[in-house]
Write a protein that binds this ligand. Structure first.
Ligand SMILES: [Zn+2]
Length: 348
């Protein structure tokens, strides 16, 4: 299907680029081009947030659509022999790091590496039963110590390396699907808006540092001064080991969040829009801090009425994050209709 192909192509391209929290530049450079062809103006702020502004009616209110650019990764903390010690940036799952291929981003360019660990044969029976601790893992570059010291510096960022592939007809798996899938939704929403009139100005904000501090969403929202904000992120899809109450169904459309982090009228309007256009959706109750950019948006300045749309994914914070391409297209369609139908005088 044509739409799925577009979504998959964009997802494969964006997940193939690195953007570890604090070093989002490789992704930002490519995303800037994609955004520039879909909006009236693009700018980057001091922290590295990317903002794309698409005009509505003159003096119309402003809607913020935010999706984070950054991904979980690693950072070099020490060079030991020819090997690299590292710390995690964001919540990478230690249990699946051994044997993971990585890219070390040095001042002189990228180096491929692999997360090495002691083979099972040399582990005692107790050790074999437990997952590796951080101190037992290191990155192997296949270089002599002198070569490593010449090229790698403490503080260099490291991203996971994983090709994004299709699963079945409508699914895709890879690294950094959290949150590149939402960036694709952002781009696809803007595609729909090329042929739809809208009174509200739309500011597409690709945020930095969500995985560590939500820093980009705080500063970005502060400068945009939106009348309404919507964050786009991922949530837990049900899978073996993730019970019904811990996750939401996938391939049933986006999860529309409700709870104290969400403005009830924004949520209600998203639900009404989905129903009017027969776009499937599920509901997700978040009893507190959503752990997403929606939190930062809601409490910036004197507060912003905020909504949250999440794509259900499996295997979160592993290199095998899996998403439904149909859910991505449904979310983009929902957002485009939501935006096009906002009256100039609507307030939540
Ligand atoms: Zn995320």
């Amino acid at each position: 299907m044509a739409h799925d192909d577009t979504a998959f192509r964009l997802l494969a391209e964006l997940t193939g680029l690195s953007g570890v929290s604090g070093q989002e530049e490789p992704l930002r450079t490519a995303l800037r081009d994609h955004l520039a062809s879909r909006v009236d103006r693009v700018r980057t702020d001091a922290l590295g947030n990317l903002l794309g502004i698409k005009h509505g009616q003159p003096a119309g209110p402003r809607l913020l659509l935010a999706a984070h650019m950054d991904e979980i990764g690693l950072v070099v903390t020490q060079i030991e022999g020819g090997f690299l010690r590292f710390a995690r940036v964001g919540g990478a799952d230690l249990r699946v790091l051994p044997a993971q291929e990585v890219t070390v981003h040095t001042a002189q360019g990228d180096l491929p590496g692999v997360v090495a660990s002691r083979p099972p044969h040399v582990l005692g029976p107790e050790e074999r039963r437990r997952p590796f601790r951080q101190a037992q893992l290191f990155i192997d570059l296949g270089l002599e110590e002198a070569q490593v010291r010449e090229r790698v510096q403490v503080g260099d960022f490291v991203s996971l390396r994983q090709e994004t592939v299709r699963l079945g007809q409508a699914f895709a798996t890879g690294k950094a699907v959290d949150n590149r899938a939402s960036l694709v939704v952002l781009l696809r929403t803007l595609d729909h808006l090329q042929t739809m009139a809208h009174a509200w100005e739309v500011v597409a904000l690709a945020t930095v540092q969500e995985e560590i501090t939500l820093g980009g969403a705080y500063t970005g929202t502060y400068s945009v001064r939106p009348h309404v904000g919507i964050a786009l992120d991922v949530t837990f899809a049900r899978q073996p080991g993730v019970a019904d109450e811990e996750g939401v169904a996938w391939d049933r459309g986006p999860a529309i969040a409700l709870g104290p982090n969400i403005h009830p009228r924004v949520r209600e309007r998203l639900v009404e829009t989905a129903q009017r256009h027969e776009i499937p959706y599920v509901e997700e109750v978040l009893p507190g801090h959503s752990g997403t950019d929606a939190w930062a948006i809601q409490v910036t300045r004197s507060g912003v009425p905020t909504g949250l749309l999440s794509l259900p994914i499996r295997n979160m914070h592993t290199p095998g994050e899996t998403v439904c391409l149909r859910d991505m297209e449904r979310t983009a369609r929902l957002l485009a209709h939501f935006i096009a139908e906002l009256e100039p005088d609507w307030t939540p």
